[in-house]
Design a protein around this ligand. Structure first.
Ligand SMILES: [Zn+2]
Length: 500
């Protein structure tokens, strides 16, 4: 049984879906006025891992993620840049999709755009007006917070202790809240201001408020109630509290059965913010960081915990991921070079251990998606397989058991959207520093610029030197690599490089 932490009940609870074997998920998407930052990326990668895991466990997942393409920030940017809000939104929607694919986040099953779903929003707002949960004032429509007694339950707030909305002045100098019946009420529909994108409505030209967009789109594509509503932890209040209030007030039913929220991301232990100058866009990070390494780094922290992002953590994640990639390559090598001969390891025990690792992985992930613990199980299996196969030539008799380990490691990392069997990628490129190239130029006459090729050239030069009993040259290669943090391990299959 999968258990997940539900924000509303503040407990870990069994995931019982509305339809056995099926999960409907809605995760709030971006407001497209800029490239997404690494904090947004963390939320989307976390929910991608959760979705992928549910799929791997056999659930038929319907994943809906909106794009908020009409919003104050988009309008502000369009005015700044002298183009239409639609142009700004189109550019950053495309950039968002591109960024998500780069980090191997699966496309949602449905990606509705707010501007294309206005009729559903108008319908929902009208229902709220008709049932006295909302009211119109001069072309604006507000949700009456006190008409929904459960308001505040999701975020754990007491309605009587809440402050009203932000004071925003109109052209005539009156505050927006002057026209609300209660300062807590929030806008469902905003009357058009000159130059803003606007749609026809029963209350005149205007545009939807942010919260109503998600309520309308989730209802259209998942129906109410649905299973899981997710998003970044910063959305619990007011966005999700408001979504829930509107949706439940209108339908008289539960909106989402489970609420899941991701933890925040910090940069070098500080909150990421434009004012601190430590704002990091995903695109910029991907210029120097392999997407698989970024995903791996995020797995190392539980999705609900704060994650500290730093260059050091990227480097550590790179090394750790490389260890898994190398282990798979190593097992592939052993399997390819297996010989006829007596068994050299306890294949039955290895197979049992492989099954146990899979079970432990599932247990960790079933417990509120504990990716960190799940990775630990993968590492333990690798360590045991390495221990059993080290310094040995594999017998064909043992091949099935070793293949089982190799395939399971690849499968489990695949659950996290990371292909550790891929030839190129994270491992070599990020682990061999560029100094290897200079060393290879020096000691092996290498004249390229590729660190992986350079490492091969160094190992070849060392082998040739040893064959020619040129110990000084062989030692120079060894010492040079040692200076860069690598050791050469001589195995029956030839020399291999490992981190010191
Ligand atoms: Zn939303």
């Amino acid at each position: 049984m999968i258990r997940l932490y539900d924000t509303k009940t503040r407990t870990k609870t069994d995931l019982v879906t509305l339809e056995p074997g099926k999960v409907g998920m809605y995760v709030c998407g971006p407001t497209v006025y800029n490239y997404i930052h690494v904090g947004n990326a963390r939320t989307f990668i976390s929910f991608d891992n959760i979705r992928r895991y549910l799929m791997w466990r056999g659930f038929d997942v319907t994943f809906v993620q909106n794009v908020t393409d009409v919003d104050d920030k988009i309008i502000a940017k369009s005015l700044e840049e002298g183009r239409t809000a639609a142009e700004v939104a189109a550019e950053y929607t495309e950039a968002f999709i591109e960024d998500m694919r780069k980090v191997n986040v699966l496309d949602p099953d449905v990606r509705p755009k707010a501007t294309e779903e206005i009729p559903a929003m108008l319908k929902l707002i009208q229902e709220l007006i008709d049932s006295d949960h909302a009211y119109e004032v001069e072309g604006d429509v507000y949700f009456s917070v006190r008409s929904y007694p459960a308001y505040g339950e999701l975020s754990g707030r007491n309605i009587d202790e809440m402050e009203g909305g932000h004071r925003e002045l109109r052209a005539d100098g009156k505050g927006i809240e002057d026209r609300k019946r209660d300062p807590l009420d929030f806008a469902l529909w905003k009357a058009a201001k000159p130059g803003e994108p606007a749609w026809e409505s029963p209350w005149g030209q205007g545009r939807p408020g942010w919260h109503i967009e998600c309520s309308a789109m989730s209802r259209t594509y998942l129906g109410l109630p649905f299973d899981i509503h997710g998003g970044g932890g910063d959305l619990v209040f007011p966005h999700h509290e408001n979504e829930r209030a509107q949706s439940e007030a209108a339908c008289g039913c539960t909106f989402a059965n489970y609420w899941m929220h991701g933890g925040m991301l910090q940069i070098n232990s500080e909150k990421m913010s434009k004012s601190l100058g430590n704002f990091k866009l995903l695109r910029d990070i991907l210029k120097t960081t392999d997407p698989a390494v970024l995903r791996f780094l995020m797995l190392q922290t539980h999705y609900r915990s704060p994650l500290d992002f730093s260059e050091e953590r990227v480097a550590e994640a790179s090394v750790a991921l490389c260890r898994i990639g190398n282990a798979v390559k190593n097992l592939d090598w052993l399997l390819k070079n297996a010989e006829d001969g007596p068994s050299v390891l306890d294949a039955a025990a290895l197979s049992v251990r492989t099954e146990q690792a899979k079970e432990a992985f599932i247990q960790a992930m079933d417990d509120d998606f504990n990716t960190c613990k799940a990775l630990g199980e993968v590492f333990e299996l690798i360590a045991e397989a390495n221990g059993m196969t080290a310094e040995k030539t594999l017998s064909r008799e043992d091949a099935d058991a070793v293949q089982g380990v190799r395939d399971l490691v690849v499968e489990l990392m695949g659950v996290f959207g990371i292909d550790v069997a891929a030839e190129s990628g994270a491992c070599a490129a990020n682990t061999y520093p560029t100094e290897v190239v200079a060393l290879a130029a020096d000691l092996a006459g290498y004249d390229g610029a590729d660190a992986v090729e350079a490492m091969d050239a160094l190992l070849n030069a060392r082998s040739e030197a040893r064959a020619a009993k040129d110990w000084a040259c062989a030692d120079a290669v060894r010492d040079g690599l040692c200076g860069l943090g690598f050791v050469i391990e001589d195995t029956p299959q030839g020399p291999r490089v490992a981190l010191a």
